[in-house]
Design a protein around this ligand. Structure first.
Ligand SMILES: [Zn+2]
Ligand SMILES: [Zn+2]
Length: 310
């Protein structure tokens, strides 16, 4: 069972990619810098002035058909090393939680560990947003340590539906490996139930954020009812909220645990402010200023059915 390219993209979309080189999207605030491309404006422009200008977008060319994932793509399947990393990540998280619970039971102090766990759950969402924003916007496949994740997220933006076909351990192993290295020393170093409650819940939510992300790409009719209920209750990132991340202007809704931070971060333009700071301090442009991918799509119920039918 495999998917032919024409099943994934409307003909109109393919035609667009091959015939157009530039597309004007709605205006947005951008920065002009001394090294920016000169234009034929009559008015002299302050080099550091904020200007509103049309957004010139160069849609990336799609690679050859062989670059596109297919349903039985080995890159979507779990390997034993993937499973081993997920097992070690889950073990380190469980050790933190079990130590927290037994410590709370011994001391009969439950409020602090529970509150610490709730704080961990809320902050994990913020952490997932900051990390997602960073790897969406900076670096590339050659970046040390994070290169593979950056490449994977770029691939996700080109073919969002593949995350729903990616096997569990394949999807989680990278975060599970990081959790193992960070949390294992904490398991050994800490005995305070509140600290371990925070560490266990926060690291667990971060490790499973890719599963929550995958569910956010699912369709209601195919997701387990408890998952839909948790999404609808706002306890896991909702499908509609994450779908907005894959639509223009492609620079919002980065948080993927429960999405509780998304509205605040987007309304206060926190990531845009960080992008400005990094641009003026380091001269680095975020990818979202120049490469919103017109091919980024969300998997619709109809497309999902079409894929399965083929
Ligand atoms: Zn993204
Ligand atoms: Zn996504």
């Amino acid at each position: 069972m495999s998917i032919l390219p024409q099943h994934k993209y409307p003909l109109k979309s393919l035609h667009h990619v091959h015939t157009c080189h530039h597309v004007f999207l709605p205006t947005r605030v951008q920065c002009s810098a001394p090294a920016a491309t000169t234009t034929t404006t009559k008015r002299r422009r302050n080099p550091n002035q904020l200007v509103i200008e049309p957004r010139l977008v160069t849609p990336p060319t799609l690679g050859p058909d062989t670059d596109r994932p297919v349903l039985n793509d080995p890159n979507l399947q779990s390997t034993w090393p993937h499973r081993a990393w997920v097992a070690s990540g889950c073990t380190t998280v469980l050790v933190a939680l079990v130590k927290s619970v037994t410590g709370a039971a011994d001391s009969h102090i439950w409020v602090e560990p529970i509150l610490a766990g709730l704080v961990g759950y809320v902050l994990a969402d913020l952490g997932s947003g900051v990390y997602h924003w960073a790897i969406d916007n900076y670096g590339d496949a050659s970046t040390p340590i994070f290169g593979t994740q950056i490449e994977a997220f770029q691939g996700h933006h080109k073919w969002p539906w593949t995350i729903t076909r990616r096997q569990f351990a394949n999807n989680l192993h990278a975060l599970a490996r990081s959790v193992t290295f960070v949390v294992l020393p904490m398991d050994l170093a800490f005995n305070d139930p509140a600290t371990l409650g925070f560490v266990g819940v926060c690291s667990g939510c971060i490790m499973f954020s890719q599963q929550f992300h995958a569910w956010a790409h699912g369709t209601k009719s195919r997701l387990p009812p408890p998952v839909v209920a948790l999404q609808d209750a706002g306890l896991l990132v909702s499908r509609s909220q994450h779908a907005a991340h894959h639509r223009p202007p492609y620079n919002n809704n980065y948080c993927i645990v429960n999405g509780v931070w998304n509205e605040f971060l987007d309304k206060q333009k926190v990531f845009e402010a960080l992008e400005m700071i990094l641009f003026f301090k380091l001269g680095v442009r975020p990818r979202s200023w120049s490469e919103p991918n017109s091919e980024w799509t969300e998997e619709t119920e109809a497309l999902s059915s079409q894929i399965t039918a083929n």
